[in-house]
Structure formats: structure tokens, C-alpha cells
Design a protein around this ligand. Structure first.
Ligand code: SAH
Ligand code: SF4
Length: 383
């Protein structure tokens, strides 16, 4: 087994400490940072500004590694999905959703294998948490995606296909905050990957005590999975609401550092037939967010075998959206993306590949829209 340490995932200070441990000065860390995160180089022998002797010393102690793509699928609409395998055999999915009109798009990244939460409408929620992903595995998902699109060295801001990051994959990012924060700080670093915090959105089911830290330390855009306007319904479909009820959640939203009219927070709302989709629900939603710089994302429910829910009728989703828009809010209905490759929320990762394939066939045959993705706010399924 390769005992060498992976340099990916170390923050700037950790890289300096790592170099000190092998008797090297801090400038070495700066030099490496450029090769690792701006150039995307994985081979020390090609780091030409570093002496041959030093290259050999680095290679003796370290490797530069991404997660391995165990599977990769490309949708007819350009959406691409990777199943990444980590060193211990665990897997998670990453999805790239290109913008259909422009040369840009969002990479949707997972933060955990599985999830400790048990939202009733989410297939990931039916599986237990396996483990948190490390910072290397989180930023590594983005770096591997960039490898696929050949976007090294880091292109300037205007010329990127992979222009945005959404933390909307498997898992609850605020329950793995330290690793997510390390990974996002690496991604945001202007001398490396260089994705501005304005182009990063983190989605949370409402982990109230972590929201302020997220805003203060990372300053990324926040998306809140609201999905219900009363504690009664939210308790039922999102058990985290019993711990952090709506009033507390809305208070934390109001206190979120950096939210402004120019930078609105997103409220995600999955449309569940007869559960949360009435005109009265829409009006109550308006009352809840009053005074907040908010926008909405209405997600048609993505059904999965055994679920108790159905997707709302399109007419009801439109009525809901109209009520919000008539009051001056942006409230788009997410269009399905990547449906032919199951780039959708709601696949059990513990299922065998064969079971997944047969379900894909069933779904396509039944014409079930299995996806609620839309760039740049796309969720990812459990693989
Ligand atoms: N755990 C985080 C981020 C990942 S889920 C969170 O919950 O916010 C990304 C989005 O997909 C969330 O808004 C989630 O509620 C939604 N989602 C989960 N299952 C879904 C389904 N079956 N259909 C539609 N949206 C779903
Ligand atoms: Fe976890 Fe998010 Fe799914 Fe809820 S919706 S179970 S928080 S991944």
C-alpha cells in the first residue's frame, strides 16, 4: 500500500506545516500551491520551477491524487455525472450541469457518504450516514471534474465551463463543516482554483447553530431547504425541524451574514402533492420570508420506489410560483436535467448497479421525470 500522504486537501497553513516537517521553508508551500491548484499538476516531475532534487524529495513523501472515477455518464443535455470511489471503497456522486445558454455551469458536490438526517422525501435520507468526506475528497471532486474538461491552468473568470460550485450533493454540509470549509477555502483561493464565493452556494436542511459560522467564515451563498411553512408539516417531512423549528430557522436566516438584496438567499421548496402545495401555503411562505432578501427554487418532487409522496400537479406548481412572483420574488420551477443518466436526487447508494439499471429502465419506460436539477442549484443523488 502507498503510505505517501496526499497533498490535496491541505489548507495553505497545513501545507506550510507539512513542508516544515520535511525541513522546507514556507516559500516551498507557495510554489506547490500554484502547481497543485492553479496548474492542476499531479506529477512532481513536471513541476518545472522546482529543482530535480526537490521533486524527488517530494515524491518520496507525497502524492497528488484525485478521487478515482469508477463510473462516468454523459446525458444528452450535456449534464455529466461521476461516481467517485475513495481510498476506503466508499463512493459518492458529483454532477456537472452546464448552463444551456452560456459557456458556464455548476458542479454539484457531495459532502458526506449518506446522511444522518431522514427527510421523508429524500432517498438519501433512507440510508444511514457512512462517513463524512474529507477536505481532499470534497475539493478533489471539483478538481477531477476540471480534469475532465481540461480547465487547467485555472482559466480567467470569464472563460470557465465549470464556473460555479453548489454544495447540494449527498449529505448535510453543515454537519461536516470543518472539512467543507477547508475544501471551499481551497476552491476560493485566488492563486489556485479561484472560484469566487459569489459563485458558490451551500444548501442546508437548516442546521441553525452552524449557519452563522458558514456566513462569517465562508461568505458563500446560502440555500435553505424549507419545503414546508408550518412546524406541523415540516416536523413530519423533515425531522430536523423538531430540533430547529421554523421560527429559529427563519431567525438564523435573517441573521445570515452577507445576505442582501444584491445577494439573496435561496429557499428550496420541493413540491409534494397535497402536502405543501396549496395557494394558502404560498401565501404563508410570503409571510415567513417577509423582509428577507429571498428568492425561491421550486423543485418538482422526484419520486422513487416506495415513497409515500407524489409530485404536485404542474398547474398547482405554476399557481404556487405565480403567487410568489406576483409579490416580486423570483420563483423558477426547476427543469429536469440529465434525466437519461439518473443525475437526480433519490437513488440509494447501497443498491447494486444491476438494480439501478433496471430501475432506470422502468423509469424511462414510465416516462417519470426523475430529476429536479437546474443549474446552478442542482442536488445530487445518493449513488
Ligand atoms: N442536505 C442538503 C443538501 C443536499 S439535498 C439539504 O438538504 O439541503 C439538495 C436538495 O434536494 C434539497 O433541497 C433537498 O431537500 C432536495 N431533495 C431531496 N430529495 C428530493 C426529491 N426526491 N425530489 C426533489 N428534491 C429533493
Ligand atoms: Fe440529508 Fe438533504 Fe436528503 Fe435531508 S434532503 S436526508 S438533509 S441529503
Amino acid at each position: 500500500m502507498d503510505e505517501r500522504k496526499n497533498l490535496i486537501g491541505l489548507g495553505r497553513d497545513e501545507l506550510v506545516a507539512e513542508m516544515a516537517a520535511i525541513g522546507e521553508k514556507p516559500f516551498r508551500a507557495k510554489q506547490l500551491w500554484h502547481w497543485l491548484y492553479n496548474r492542476g499538476e499531479t506529477d512532481f516531475a513536471r513541476m518545472t520551477s522546482i529543482s530535480k532534487v526537490m521533486q524527488a524529495k517530494l515524491a518520496e513523501h507525497y502524492v497528488v491524487r484525485r478521487p478515482r472515477a469508477a463510473q462516468e455518464m454523459l446525458s444528452s443535455d450535456g449534464t455529466r455525472k461521476w461516481l467517485f470511489a475513495f481510498d476506503d471503497g466508499n463512493e459518492a456522486e458529483t454532477v456537472y450541469i452546464p448552463d444551456l445558454d452560456e459557456e458556464r455551469g455548476a458542479v454539484c458536490i457531495s459532502s458526506q457518504v449518506g446522511c444522518t438526517l431522514t427527510c421523508r422525501f429524500c432517498h438519501t435520507g433512507t440510508q444511514l450516514l457512512v462517513r463524512n468526506l474529507t477536505a481532499a475528497e470534497i475539493v478533489g471532486q471539483f478538481m477531477a471534474a476540471r480534469d475532465t474538461y481540461g480547465e487547467w491552468p485555472t482559466p480567467d473568470d470569464s472563460g470557465r465551463q465549470l464556473s460555479n460550485i453548489v454544495m447540494m450533493g449527498m449529505g448535510e454540509p453543515l454537519y461536516n463543516f470543518d472539512n467543507v470549509a477547508t475544501a471551499l477555502k481551497i476552491a476560493m483561493d485566488g492563486e489556485g482554483i479561484g472560484i469566487s464565493r459569489r459563485r458558490i452556494t451551500l444548501s442546508t436542511s437548516g442546521v441553525v447553530p452552524m449557519m452563522e459560522r458558514c456566513g462569517a467564515e465562508l461568505g458563500v451563498n446560502l440555500a435553505v431547504s424549507l419545503h414546508a411553512v408550518t412546524d406541523e408539516i415540516r416536523d413530519r417531512i423533515m425531522p430536523i425541524n423538531k430540533k430547529y423549528p421554523l421560527a429559529e430557522l427563519m431567525r438564523a436566516c435573517r441573521a445570515y451574514p452577507g445576505a442582501s438584496n444584491a445577494r439573496r438567499m435561496t429557499f428550496e421548496y420541493v413540491m409534494l402533492k397535497g402536502v405543501n402545495d396549496s395557494a394558502a401555503d404560498a401565501r404563508e411562505l410570503l409571510r415567513l420570508v417577509k423582509g428577507l432578501p429571498a428568492k425561491f427554487n421550486l423543485i418538482p418532487f422526484n419520486p422513487w420506489p416506495g415513497t409515500e409522496f407524489e409530485c404536485s400537479d404542474m398547474a398547482d406548481i405554476r399557481r404556487f410560483s405565480d403567487i410568489l412572483q406576483d409579490n416580486g420574488y423570483s420563483a423558477p420551477i426547476r427543469q429536469p436535467r440529465g434525466r437519461d443518466i439518473l443525475a437526480a436526487c433519490g437513488q440509494l447508494r447501497s443498491e447494486s448497479k444491476r438494480a439501478k439499471c433496471s430501475r432506470l429502465k422502468e423509469r424511462l419506460a414510465a416516462g417519470i421525470p426523475d430529476d429536479h436539477h437546474d443549474a446552478p442549484d442542482a442536488p445530487v443523488p445518493a449513488p
